[in-house]
Design a protein around this ligand. Structure first.
Ligand SMILES: [Zn+2]
Length: 279
């Protein structure tokens, strides 16, 4: 069974760029006969807000997107679907990585970490055994490391992981909370996702998750097909103007704007993709 997902984060109001991603995902699902799962990524409980969760449901309705699987509303989401209910699953995967020796504790403050070259980062090679409770653990990305990611037409593109991403945090500082990369991978694996449409800003994450799946020997992930689109693109593939891309859907709804233009744009893009990849 083909399956894809719409995976918004409830840490702000959705904007036209999100709408574009959701609409393209839904349109392609229709073309290939795939189910659409709604997965609200509320891993970061501190930034997650009820009004943003409500905005997700209102936006999907406004855009005319119907999902086949997932929460029916904010209450069902909180009770049955929140990622907060799945933390143990994510932690178990992270612990597999830690046991495999591919994670390392990093005590560097973020600005310092970001300034350092990978080769100069002392934590990467530190042999220190005693790790203070609450220390974040990062993934040691090997150099070199080429990761294969499957495209919609079944061809594989080779991504240079170390060039795309600094060593990501897998277990966060606060009570060893699992981080985005591992949670997203875990959910995609367990939900049986077969294709993913993402903004180009998530290409480094795709490469990272493909690498994590290899380390964890979760081979089915290598079959997942990806398409990365420009963050908000016009029907001809050109970038939307910044103002159009950043307007919140809520503001558009309240102003009485019709979603027709957004829908037309995304549909045209999905049709172009379907033709290009002969879906
Ligand atoms: Zn460090």
């Amino acid at each position: 069974m083909k399956k894809t997902r719409i995976a918004p984060t409830p840490s702000g109001y959705l904007h036209a760029g999100n709408a574009f991603n959701f609409l393209v995902t839904a349109a392609l699902a229709k073309v290939v006969g795939a189910k659409v799962v709604l997965r609200i990524d509320d891993l970061d409980a501190e930034r997650s807000r009820l009004e943003y969760v409500e905005d997700i449901f209102q936006s999907l309705e406004w855009l005319g997107i119907r999902v086949d699987e997932g929460p029916s509303g904010p209450t069902d989401f909180r009770t049955n679907w929140s990622q907060q209910l799945r933390l143990e699953r994510y932690t178990a995967l992270a612990e597999e990585l830690r046991a495999a020796g591919v994670l390392y504790p990093c005590t560097c403050a973020r600005p310092r970490f970001e300034q350092m070259d990978r080769n100069e980062h002392p934590c990467r090679t530190s042999k220190e055994e005693a790790v203070a409770h609450g220390t974040p653990w990062r993934l040691r990305i090997p150099v070199p490391c080429t990761v294969g990611v499957k495209q919609f037409d079944g061809t594989t593109s080779a991504l240079d992981l170390p060039a795309l991403l600094p060593d990501p945090i897998i277990l966060q500082r606060d009570n060893a909370r699992p981080a985005y990369q591992i949670a997203s991978l875990c959910d995609d694996l367990e939900m049986g996702i077969t294709f993913i449409v993402r903004g180009a800003d998530l290409l480094p994450s795709t490469a990272c998750q493909a690498h994590l799946a290899q380390l964890l020997k979760r081979d089915t992930f290598a079959e997942v097909r990806f398409h990365h689109h420009a963050l908000a693109v016009d029907a001809d593939g050109s970038k939307l103007s910044k103002s159009a891309g950043s307007a919140s859907l809520k503001a558009m709804r309240e102003a009485g704007t019709s979603p027709a233009a957004l829908i037309a744009q995304a549909t045209a893009y999905a049709e172009m993709l379907a033709k290009h990849f002969r879906l």
